[in-house]
Design a protein around this ligand. Structure first.
Ligand code: GSH
Length: 215
């Protein structure tokens, strides 16, 4: 199996963590990426396979897929253990919804901060930060009575952890007042699969003079 990702890819980090959680023997290849030139020049497999020109991509024999959520599904079918979707139907549905919300809703505010490129005083960036704050607040409330976002540790935790970790680089860090959320982030980073992936990304950031988020 081969995972093609970027050294600073939030969606790629999701896939990297999942592969590591499942203990899969998987080659990880990083596409060219720099803060200045972003994903240019485009990796040939990304250009060939993904009309959206995005990472991550997963290759396994004749299987060639893109999109982190599709990659989660493929990994789950190919390597069911340890399970990363909760077993209960309702909990699984909740986990899938939270994974989608991290990628599609929280990410909308994330994109605003990405475009702001550090200029967070603008009304657009402030509104995105407030919207993230509301998301963090609701998540903190939910985590007051549970260890993981939806039943057992799942892809929902991986997706939202990656989104909130990368948001922290862009000025969208959760307030330390959200102590249940803070404790969950600490539980997340203590997992070897998460700690190692984020450690590699932190090293890339520090090589580029950007402080990595404290968890
Ligand atoms: N929905 C996709 C999103 C992938 C995505 O946005 N990847 C970013 C890196 S985190 C990318 O390749 N961006 C390059 C670009 O859009 O030019 C997924 O879940 O994999």
């Amino acid at each position: 199996m081969k995972l093609i990702t970027g050294p600073l890819s939030m969606f790629g980090a999701k896939a990297q963590i999942a592969v590591a959680e499942k203990g899969i023997d998987c080659e990880i290849e990083f596409v060219p990426f720099s803060l200045q030139h972003r994903y240019s020049p485009l990796h040939p497999d990304v250009a060939r396979l993904n009309p959206k020109k995005q990472v991550p991509l997963l290759f396994d024999g004749q299987v060639e897929i893109f999109d982190s959520t599709l990659i989660f599904d493929y990994l789950e079918h190919k390597h069911p253990e340890p399970a990363l979707w909760p077993a209960g139907i309702a909990e699984r549905a909740e986990a899938r919804l939270l994974e989608l919300k991290a990628d599609e809703l929280f990410f909308q505010d994330f994109k605003v901060l990405m475009s702001a490129a550090g200029k967070t005083a603008t009304p657009e960036a402030q509104s995105a930060i407030e919207s993230m704050h509301r998301y963090y607040e609701a998540t903190d409330r939910a985590l007051a009575s549970r260890e993981w976002l939806a039943g057992s540790y799942s892809y929902a935790d991986i997706a939202f952890f990656c989104a909130s970790w990368f948001a922290s680089i862009l000025g969208g860090a959760p307030s330390p007042d959200f102590r249940h959320l803070g404790a969950w982030r600490k539980r997340m980073i203590a997992r070897p699969a998460v700690g190692q992936t984020m450690g590699e990304i932190s090293a890339f950031l520090s090589r580029n003079g950007v402080p990595a988020p404290a968890v």
